[in-house]
Write a protein that binds this ligand. Structure first.
Ligand code: NI
Length: 384
């Protein structure tokens, strides 16, 4: 993708900025240095920082010289507890922490968008708020930001995620559900331990947990209609520590992924019924803990079309993409206001959260430009 001569310097600065963030990644809710760097860069451009009670992350604002609506562009800033193996020369200097989801890319693109919007501030038909959201990886950064009231007047929100499965130069969009609702469950079984030779004297939690594992397989296959996609995965099971003792407890953990609220509610309800039934059947205490994460990202079709059309107009190839069972706390914003979350081709080949994950630098400036144009044209559309 070509970068116009007048934008070459900014493109280089954004790349340098991203590489610096990449070298110094910070985990969720600990993004103090990252926040300070973003703030300093914005202040250098005389971009307003909205005064909000946030521990980390920040919100910038451009526009307002003309009265008009408020449009929001969201980026995220946190990294992951992963040892980097990407081999890039700007690899992480914080051992065990890595920008393996490309949030350094998102926040650098958002800074670029803020700068580009600032250059055309007089033309903006309203205000644009640019979110640098903390703690996306916890799934709970967005609710904290929403609680500050920063989006109360907003009419539409745009978000992006880099997508290593798409080549650089492609923007992907999808009407309706794009990402999955992500819930986590834990199960603690308290039974009765005994000698392995005398199982009748105990209440074997390994037998019970194996029944739970089997019953959980029906949550989707015998409850959720074939029109719906959903996933239940059990990801760890622990019990016992030797060969001749029946233990007294067992533990398991896993995740549920769904693409709509009725399916999500149904699975949770049936899960609880199965656990209650097995607890009764085996005369054991089974504790069920449900950690509700973000719901599904559900895009507003009108804004998906708008964002795909605009992608085509600014030099991207616009594509319709499939839903993906990953989680994204952008979903919380969409419970409040319309908007769309777009996928930006970042070249691969390694998946998000992979230790060798990398983002192609060539995607950065075009993404900044795209975000700025999304906001500017959304204001035009809303005031037309
Ligand atoms: Ni991410």
């Amino acid at each position: 993708m070509n970068i116009r001569p007048e934008h070459q310097a900014l493109a280089q600065q954004l790349q340098d900025f991203r590489h610096d963030l990449h070298r110094h990644p910070e985990l969720s809710n600990q993004e103090f240095e990252t926040t300070a760097k973003i703030r300093a860069r914005l202040e250098k451009e005389q971009i307003r920082i909205v005064d909000l009670p946030l521990k980390t992350g920040l919100v910038a604002e451009v526009g307002g010289l003309q009265d008009g609506p408020l449009v929001v562009v969201r980026s995220d800033i946190d990294a992951l507890p992963i040892d980097e193996e990407s081999g890039v020369d700007y690899s992480s200097l914080n051992q065990g922490v890595m920008h393996a989801c490309g949030h350094d890319f998102h926040s650098s693109a958002a800074i670029g968008a803020a700068i580009l919007l600032k250059q055309r501030e007089k033309e903006l038909k309203g205000r644009v708020r640019i979110l640098f959201q903390a703690a996306e990886e916890t799934g709970l950064g967005a609710p904290d930001l929403i609680a500050t009231g920063a989006l109360d007047e907003a009419k539409v929100i745009f978000g992006i995620h880099n997508d290593p499965t798409l080549p650089v130069g492609v923007v992907g969009g999808k009407d309706g559900a794009l990402t999955a609702g992500v819930d986590r469950f834990e199960i603690n079984i308290t039974a009765k331990g005994c000698h392995a030779a005398k199982p009748h004297e105990g209440n074997d939690p390994i037998i019970i947990i194996s029944q739970v594992i089997a019953a959980v397989q029906t949550l989707i296959s015998r409850n959720v209609s074939s029109d719906n996609n959903a996933v239940v995965s059990i990801t760890q099971v622990h019990s016992g520590n030797t060969w001749n003792v029946i233990p007294e407890s067992a533990y398991m953990e896993g995740t549920v992924r769904t693409f709509n609220q009725p399916a999500r509610d149904l699975i949770e309800r049936r899960f609880r019924q199965i656990i209650a039934g097995l607890s009764e059947a085996f005369d054991a205490q089974i504790e069920f803990i449900w950690h509700a994460g973000p719901p599904s990202v559900v895009n507003t079709p009108e804004w998906v079309s708008f964002a795909l059309d605009l992608a085509g107009n600014v030099g991207f190839e616009a594509r319709r993409v499939e839903a993906s069972p990953i989680g994204e706390d952008f979903a919380f914003y969409q419970l409040k206001l319309p908007g769309t979350f777009m996928m930006i081709g970042s070249g691969g080949p390694y998946a998000l959260h992979h230790p060798k994950f990398r983002v192609d630098d060539r995607a950065l400036f075009p993404t900044a430009h795209y975000l700025a144009e999304l906001a500017r044209h959304a204001l035009e559309k809303l005031t037309r």
